[in-house]
Each structure stands twice: as C-alpha cells, then as structure tokens.
Design a binder for this molecule. Structure first.
Ligand code: F6P
Length: 329
C-alpha cells in the first residue's frame, strides 16, 4: 500500500438518515486508518461541505456509535450543491484540505450529487444508505432492514388492537416514491391489502369492493398497508368506514421508521460496505458505487449504477394477494 495514491479521504452522510450510517462511517474511518490514511469527517452532508465543516476523525471519534441510529456526522439537503457553482466550490474546499477522495453515504440524491461532483475532478465513492431500498444498482441499502423491522413491529401492535375492536386499519409507511417498505411489511404482517406508489391505480372503488366482499364473507378486521407516496390514509379510512359500516382507523408510522438502533444485518452490511469503499480506493478505483448484487459486495461504475432501473418484483406482489386469499375471519 506504500505507493497508494490516496492519502487523505473525507466521509459524509447526506439526505435522509438511515440506521447503520454510523456503522458505515466507523468502518470507513477505522479501515482507512489501518492503512495509514487520514480521514476527515464532514458534518451535515453536502451543505456542511460547502461551509467547510470538516475535521480529522481519530479512531476514538467513531467509538460507541455502531449501535446508534441517525448519523453522528449529521445530515442535510443542500440547494446550493445542486448548482454547478456550488459543486465547484465544494471541490475547491476538498482540494484545500488535500482530500484525494470523498466517500458519500446516502440515497439516490447523494449518489447523483456524488456523480456531479466527480465531474469537478473529485474521486467519489458512493455507499448506499436509505430506508427506501430504492437504488436500482443494489439489492441492499443500509437502513432498510432496521426500518422494515421497526414498521413490522408497529403494524403487529396495531393489528392487536385492531383485532380486539374488530376494526379496519389503514397504516401508512414511509416511501414517497418507492413501495419496498410497504411491500415487505405487508408480506411480513399478513396485510389484506397493500398500496404501492409504483403499482396503485388509485381505483379506491375496486379496493373498497374487495374489502366489502371480505366483510360480507364474515371478515371483521383488515390491515391495509399504504405507502407514503399514495398518502391520504385518514380519508381512505373514512371512505372505507362509510362503505362497510365497520369502524376504520388510520395510523401514520412516520419518522419512527427512520430512527432506532440498527439491526445486526444493518450493522454488519454497513461495515462491509464501508470496508469495500476503502478497498476500492486503495485499489486505485475512481468514481464507484458500492453495491450488493447476486450475494456479493462489489464496486461498480457510479454513472452506470445510476443508469440502472429496477421494478417491484412481481412475485412479491402476487404473494401479497395469495397469502391472504383464504382468510380466517
Ligand atoms: O429516508 C427516505 C424517506 O423517508 C422517504 O420515504 C421520504 O419521502 C423522505 O425520506 C422524507 O424525508 P424528509 O421529510 O426528511 O425530507
């Protein structure tokens, strides 16, 4: 490693926080230090980078954070960084600290920002962290596992009280554009209906008719998982109550899905991804995305990663229907 061109790296977290971001920062920091690299922690994502909010991280600075949700580097969204001048400024700030590469941990917006920054001559490695699982280049994103487990536990609790009162519950989970949290939790919790932004046809009539059919067959309680991107859970619950005569309630799980101590999987995978980011830099790779594909952690070209597309798996969707086709009352 003595002729490794990378001597100083910067690391930041950006966009919506995700449980496991701390584990990733810790791994980037400690693995880098194992190879004698200097690590600068940038506070408040790209917004903080533009204000030169960075300082050297000692190994002890990343102690006692692996088990914590949120991000100890803080996070933000930056309007200024979306402009070319902003990114030129950010690149100049990184150069003024002799930074050879930036590790940017976050979701789609963070990845796109990283790609644009690479066009200003900064070597960037993007690490996927978003509870939404909506990056096409990877089948795992840091934080998704914790978020779906948190949402699953909450839905189970709502089911208990909903069943006790023989009510219908509409439960809104996060995912403005992506329905993965809704899809996974609906399978895990045996939801009667799941509404995804990618597939919902906004035909409330058909949805209400299916519920009425089940009610006519004697079913007294329903769980309907609704993604944030569709929203309107309160009014949907009111329409269902009017149509069925069964008390219906809406619960929005909101930000509680983003917080909390990361699961073991999120801690371990985030650590492996952090390590992979440093490995890529030490191997001389430039402008890469760290991904988990076909059971393996890899680094792939960042521009190619952002050109990839993925769809909600049809078999998962079909399963949500088949698992509750023969219901108990
Ligand atoms: O972290 C992902 C996400 O939770 C999306 O599901 C949601 O649309 C967005 O972040 C909301 O985040 P904020 O309110 O912090 O902008």
């Amino acid at each position: 490693m003595s002729n490794n061109p990378v001597k100083t790296i910067a690391v930041l977290t950006s966009g919506g926080d995700a449980p496991g971001m701390n584990a990733a920062v810790r791994a980037v920091t400690r693995v880098s230090q194992t190879y004698g690299l200097r690590v600068l922690g940038v506070r408040r994502g790209y917004a903080g980078l533009l204000k030169d909010e960075m300082s050297e991280l000692a190994p002890s600075d990343v102690g006692n954070i692996v088990e914590r949700g949120g991000t100890f580097l803080y996070t933000a969204r930056s309007q200024r960084f979306m402009e070319k001048e902003g990114r030129q400024e950010a690149a100049a700030i990184l150069r003024s600290h002799d930074v050879d590469a930036l590790v940017a941990i976050g979701g789609d917006g963070t990845f796109r920002g990283a790609l644009e920054l690479s066009k200003e001559g900064i070597n960037v490695i993007a690490v996927p962290a978003t509870i939404d699982l909506d990056l096409a280049c990877t089948d795992y994103t840091i934080g998704f596992d914790t978020a779906v487990n948190t949402a699953m536990e909450a839905i189970d609790r709502i089911r208990d009280t909903s069943t006790a009162h023989e009510r219908i519950s509409v439960i809104e989970v996060m995912g403005r554009k992506a329905g993965y949290i809704a899809l996974w939790t609906s399978i895990a919790c045996g939801a009667e209906e799941v509404l995804l932004p990618e597939t919902y046809d906004y035909n409330d009539r058909a949805l209400i008719d299916r519920i009425k059919e089940r009610v006519a067959a004697g079913k007294k309680q329903h769980i309907i998982v609704n993604a944030e991107g569709i929203g309107q859970s309160e009014s949907l619950a009111a329409r269902i109550e009017n149509a069925t005569g069964i008390q219906s309630r809406a619960t929005n799980l909101g930000y509680l899905q983003r917080g909390g101590s990361p699961t073991c999987k999120d801690r371990v995978y985030a650590s492996l991804m952090g390590e992979k980011a440093v490995d890529a830099l030490l191997a001389g790779h430039r402008n890469r995305a760290i991904v988990h594909l076909d059971g393996e952690f890899k680094d792939i070209d960042l521009a190619e990663a952002l050109n990839m597309t993925k769809e909600i798996p049809e078999n998962y969707l079909a399963l949500t229907v088949n698992l509750v086709r023969h219901f108990h009352k």
